[in-house]
Design a protein around this ligand. Sequence first.
Ligand code: SF4
Ligand code: SF4
Length: 283
Amino acid sequence: MTLSVSNLEMDIAQACNLHCFGCCHYSNYGLKGVIPFSQGQEWIAAWAPRVTPRAFSLLGGEPALNPDLIQYIVFAAEVWPEAVRTVVSNGMYLHRHENLFPTLKATNTQVEVSIHSHDDPVYTARSHGPIQELKDRAAEHGVRLTTRERKTLFHVTYRGYGPTMRPFTDENPRQSWEVCQNKRCITLWQGRLWKCPPIAFLRLILERYDLVSSPDWQPYLEYLGVPPTASDAGISRVFALGEEDICGMCPSRLNLIKKTNVTDPFKFGDPLPFEVVRGQLPD
Ligand code: SF4
Ligand code: SF4
């Protein structure tokens, strides 16, 4: 018997065409690569007998950068036909996939387009046309497309930036989980289920900045998610709405940072004009 679980997500690309500072998948740091379908298919197939998600999302990074996106959409529909299945994208490259809308329609898959900034004229100029075209094509094919207008602030789960990244030391994992904005984002990565994107992709970003041996991060690198061979209780713990020890790496108050540099890939290493607004709710 498979476990019925609420929400499952899978990044099929680490790369992204945007670089939103504060991205909880660390894609703003110019991570590279996509997960080939031959690999991702194995991961999904291994979990199919263990969990039945009520919602399953293909995302990233930018999932449209994965040339195998269509195969993922079709396979997810075969494996979890009852799930609400969604492609979450920033909308700027989906037009590259020729058969996207007929496939979405045939598989009853929806699209969610994230709108990341209203106050960046370059972003607005570049994104408006492609997003409007997606809306038109979705309407034409009878595909459900929603836009999710992200607030102008991100909740950033670490201190510092790039090479100076460090975990928080608030020592209150419960409170960190309470304010967490990733608490329902259980992630399929490397064939395992991880509690959230910040812990799933932690090693990737620490490797990028040569921080893997930093003593500050060691307790968190020991977390390896759960494999499909785990017990039902082990799997349920990942989906449980509650903190784990790893939540100690995150801030116990909202750590909101104004989004900057959403479009220029070369700015991510610069000193940033970001503004930290701890403890306030987004507007
Ligand atoms: S669009 Fe921005 S928030 Fe979304 S994955 Fe890319 S960098 Fe991250
Ligand atoms: S480690 Fe815990 S608090 Fe931090 S992002 Fe993940 S679920 Fe949220």
